[in-house]
Write a protein that binds this ligand. Sequence first.
Ligand code: MUC
Ligand code: MG
Length: 367
Amino acid sequence: LEITAIEAIPFSIPYTKPLAFASGSVHAADHVLVRVHTAGGLVGTAEAPPRPFTYGETQGSIIAVVDGIFAGQIIGTSALAREAIHARMHRTVGNPTAKAAIDMALWDVIGQRFGVSVTELLGGYGTSMRVSHMLGFDDPQAMVTEATRMRETYGISTFKIKVGRNPFTLDVAVCRALREAFGDEVELYVDGNRGWSPADAERAMYQMADLDLLFAEELCPADDVLGRRRHTRTSSVPVIADESATTPGEVTRELLGGSADAISIKTARTGFTTSQRILHQCEGMGVEVVMGNQIDGQIGTACSVAFGAAHGHTSRRAGELSNFLDMSDDLLAEPLTISGGILPVRTGPGLGLVIDEDKLAHYRTDT
Ligand code: MUC
Ligand code: MG
């Protein structure tokens, strides 16, 4: 399983419905397709989504670090030597989505080599996940209309509502409108992307105390250390750490520091190898997890569901697996489909991903 080449291909696919949230907005999937080639002719596939507002990476930086640093450290090594490959990549700090995409492409190759799916390799718990849809900023009526469309078209009944605007009453009005429109037929939780001060987070949660929210995610910045601890202590619902907990060490700090009660696992930033470490860490500590969304395309979503369905602990909650529905197109020869609120894992060895080469030629931006 000797690795012979690594490709990092930039592409751009517009969104039909851009997503806006407190730390930024996304209008096009300007991602990087990562392919790991082996001597036997196998090709592992994954995608890296640049999120400068979260990790500092850009499309150009992902390509530069893969081509300029990681490829030289990895080519000639066996795809089975994941720990050695990680140790080498770890010499470079940061660059989480670039590292994660390489990791997931390695697992894809390994699954193909042994004729089993990545979900089976990881744990084989199930074959699908319940889906949670993220609703970006808009006015209350537009967000109710969008949630209605997601329910009627795809059967989705769990929604993560983007909050973190100022004044916070804009978001309180949205959450109230959604609860009033759907009653107890939907699950709702909120994600602030660090937009509020701890004091506003407390006030907003107080005003929404009757809305039966499942979770409150990353309402204020991790650097508001004491304020965040206070808001986590006083919150009536569990507080999820997302962008403050992107490594096992950060997960430990957030949990033991009392700044979070639950963790968002995103394969886009921790691949399968480190996501599994974080998952086991959380399970061992009795901490809930949610499969989060890095505003993934279909390739990233296929990776996320492959991991989430593989384990019981990640399958308890709906996974954030549907924002590719807001894209105008994608690269997979056979698109992912959500129905009855469920996304199945791809069957077939590895990740089961086949790229439509005509679409890749159309959307790639390096030729
Ligand atoms: C999320 O859960 O926060 C928006 C910013 C980011 O890093 O991920 C998305 C979704
Ligand atoms: Mg989040």
